[in-house]
Design a binder for this molecule. Structure first.
Ligand code: C2E
Ligand code: MG
Ligand code: MG
Length: 658
């Protein structure tokens, strides 16, 4: 089913009302069930009362009492036996009604006929009044259908008239008594009719209530489905996936049923959206979603949309190999769709996905969120591996190990506990030989004083988003610690693309400059062409805002990533720092040629050239020969804390004044 069709808005669940005839038939059907259950207790009560009237027979018509009592017993027992037999054979309700009506009529005859032969005429004339009780039972006691009870009570009326005709009594008695019976017949029939109408109305109201209840339930179900569905792709949304995940997790905890979480991210989707437009972007996501749904349904797994261009698959699998196989199948399925994506610039021309997978594993204090975090880390590494690939979380991999969890925890408290600090490394101007700038480098120590290398904590900070706060802190601290010194013209601070993408980054830098009371042209931001090589429009906007503030933008580690050249085309960098590996390779003629080529390429584009990693005089000499603008490295100066840097500049001054 197409996603759009599945997501049709919730229609009112109203249905066509049934016609009056159908309603009557329905009422009749429902009342049959009521009559069926009421028949047995009704007839038993009626028979017991009928038999108890034997005492009034003995009192009022003792001469015929043996006959009336015999008749009462015969009718009562026969009626009950007949009813039980019918119920035993599950006979239609109509026959139960006929039995009850027959019991009334024969009960009446069985009492009336012997009574009318009694010699005690006065008692008989009073006793006859009791005959109306039979009429009442037909009309009011049993819940027959209206027509049926009217016929029964009319038969009783006729029998009375027939018997009354033969009883020797005055004309007045016959007239009064006959009129009494007729009015009794009319009134009880009328009340019966009203009761039947009332019952029908109650049935209609109950039917209406039932319909409303069903409609409300159906609407509730539809709304629930909608609240659990992603409107674009028709897949389950994050909320529904989370519930499913919780169930799988509980099953794993209780019964050990293993499962895998696969996070699937559409590669370079932002670029796809920016270039082909949002409509095509949406269509691309729908196409990917449909193909994945089709695939995972066959594998008895569940799929949901977990974020913008991120999908999640939950699969009950037994072995790690199955997880890898399913992930690879998913990757290939998307690639095989062949959705054109010419803007990704990594050689591939179609839409692909990167997949991070995690599998349940026994570990102390396991938490549900953990498996998602593990899949997320695996996804990060899949992207780092160049995308369009699968990465399975490996607990023994140092990049994904618990260590980074500890580092993340450490980073959270780093600023508050002063575990983070900055050191500054000099950058010399090759023409004047003077230190013109300082690069701020972040340092992290554990509470016991052990240093954590930036290569370890910076990626964790980027992945967890903690780099945003740390980055702001670095800029603020760098401005505060060194910009008061007039000897250092420029301070460069490293920023990661995560920071540039964060809204309000330029404003926060402006605020830090304002706080330190320095102008923007004394600050340089170094951007590394690293993993996050997609150049988002937000990043470009942020860079142009920074440039408006007068801030310099430098490209760091040039040559190590894939994006350097296209970045050079898009951004007007003030300085480009050539990665130290190129300088270190200059020992070989091939390495030197490569280095010279890079310098030549940059020179033509116009930015200042800085070479990192200068470790000896020969390298410095080479840079001089190649007319490099700036040099940085252990040979120029090692990174040192701010106070040492300040002391270094102030010492010659003191010597001069001494
Ligand atoms: P980077 O920005 O390229 O920093 C230069 C790195 O090279 C520093 O390593 C520095 O100590 C090292 N280095 C300097 N001169 C030499 C040399 O002559 N030889 C050799 N072998 N190495 C030299 P560090 O401090 O370990 O920083 C590593 C990376 O961590 C930095 O590379 C930067 O990408 C990142 N980083 C450091 N501080 C920050 C920060 O505040 N924010 C962000 N986002 N990243 C940072
Ligand atoms: Mg740097
Ligand atoms: Mg560098």
């Amino acid at each position: 089913m197409s996603a759009v069709a599945e997501l049709a808005p919730v229609e009112p669940v109203s249905q066509a009302q049934p016609a009056a005839g159908e309603l009557r038939a329905l009422f009749h059907k429902e009342s049959q069930a009521t009559r069926r259950t009421a028949a047995r207790p009704g007839l038993y009560i009626a028979v017991v009362i009928y038999l108890l009237f034997a005492f009034s027979d003995i009192l009022l018509v003792p001469d015929v009492a043996p006959y009336t009592i015999a008749a009462r017993l015969a009718v009562g027992v026969t009626a009950l036996l007949t009813l039980e037999t019918l119920l035993l054979f599950n006979a239609p309700t109509k026959w139960l009604d006929i039995t009850c009506a027959g019991a009334i009529i024969f009960g009446y005859i069985g009492w009336l006929v012997p009574t009318s032969f009694s010699s005690n005429q006065e008692s008989v004339s009073y006793y006859m009044v009791f005959g109306t009780i039979f009429m009442m039972s037909a009309n009011l006691f049993f819940t027959f259908q209206f027509r049926f009870s009217v016929v029964t009570s009319a038969i009783i009326l006729c029998i009375l008239y027939a018997v009354n005709y033969f009883i020797p009594s005055s004309f007045i008695y016959k007239l009064v008594f006959g009129a009494f019976y007729i009015s009794c017949f009319v009134f009880t029939s009328y009340i019966n009719w009203k009761l039947n109408r009332e019952r029908y109305n109650v049935f209609l109201n109950a039917l209406e209530a039932r319909n409303q209840h069903r409609e409300a339930t159906e609407r509730g179900v539809a709304l629930l489905k909608l609240s659990r569905t992603d409107p674009l792709t028709g897949l389950e949304n994050r909320r529904a996936v989370d519930e499913r995940l919780r169930d799988l997790w509980n099953n794993w905890q209780l019964y050990g049923s293993t499962f895998a979480v696969l996070l699937i991210d559409v590669d370079f989707f932002k670029r796809f959206n920016d270039h082909y437009g949002h409509q095509k972007g949406d269509r691309c996501l729908i196409e990917v979603a449909d193909s994945l749904r089709h695939l995972v349904e066959q594998r008895n797994a569940a799929i949901g949309r977990y974020g913008g261009e991120e999908f999640i698959v939950l699969a009950q699998l037994k072995r790690l190999e199955d997880v890898v196989a399913l992930s690879e199948e998913i990757r290939q399925t998307v690639e095989a769709l062949g959705v054109i994506h010419n803007e990704r610039r990594d050689g591939t021309q179609v839409v692909t996905v990167s997949i991070g997978a995690a599998f349940t594993r026994d570990q102390p204090g396991a938490k549900l969120e953990r498996i998602i975090q593990e899949a997320d880390r695996a996804l990060y590494l899949a992207k780092a591996d160049g995308r369009n690939c699968v990465h399975l979380f490996d607990p023994n991999d140092p990049q994904t190990s618990d260590e980074s969890e500890n580092i993340a925890a450490l980073l959270k408290i780093a600023i508050e506990r002063e575990l983070v600090s900055l050191v500054f490394q000099p950058i010399a101007n090759m023409r004047t030989g003077k230190v013109e700038a300082m690069e701020a480098l972040m340092r992290l120590t554990m509470p016991d004083g052990t240093a954590v290398p930036p290569g370890l904590f910076i990626p964790v900070a980027e992945r967890t988003g903690l780099i945003l706060e740390l980055g702001r802190w670095a800029i603020r601290t760098a401005c505060r610690e060194l910009m008061s010194s007039e000897h250092i013209r420029t301070i460069s601070v490293n920023v990661s693309p995560v920071q540039l993408k964060a809204p309000g980054f330029a404003a926060s830098v402006a605020a830090a400059l304002g706080e330190a009371g320095v102008t923007g042209d004394r600050l340089a931001l170094e951007i590394t062409e690293g993993l996050e090589m997609e150049m988002h429009s937000d990043v470009l906007r942020c860079i142009s805002d920074l440039k408006l503030l007068g801030i310099k933008v430098w490209l760091d580690d040039f040559g190590t990533g894939f994006a350097g050249l296209s970045w050079l085309r898009l951004i007007d960098f003030d300085t480009v720092k050539i990665d130290r590996s190129f300088l270190h390779d200059c020992g070989t003629p091939r390495g030197r040629a490569m280095f010279q080529d890079i310098v030549g390429l940059l020179r033509n584009r116009g930015p200042k050239i800085l070479v990192e990693g200068v470790e000896n005089e020969q390298q410095l000499e080479l840079l001089r020969r190649l007319n490099i603008d700036h040099a940085q490295g252990f040979h120029v100066g090692r990174p040192a804390p701010a106070e040492r840097i300040r002391a270094l500049f102030e010492a010659p001054k003191r010597q001069r004044t001494a």
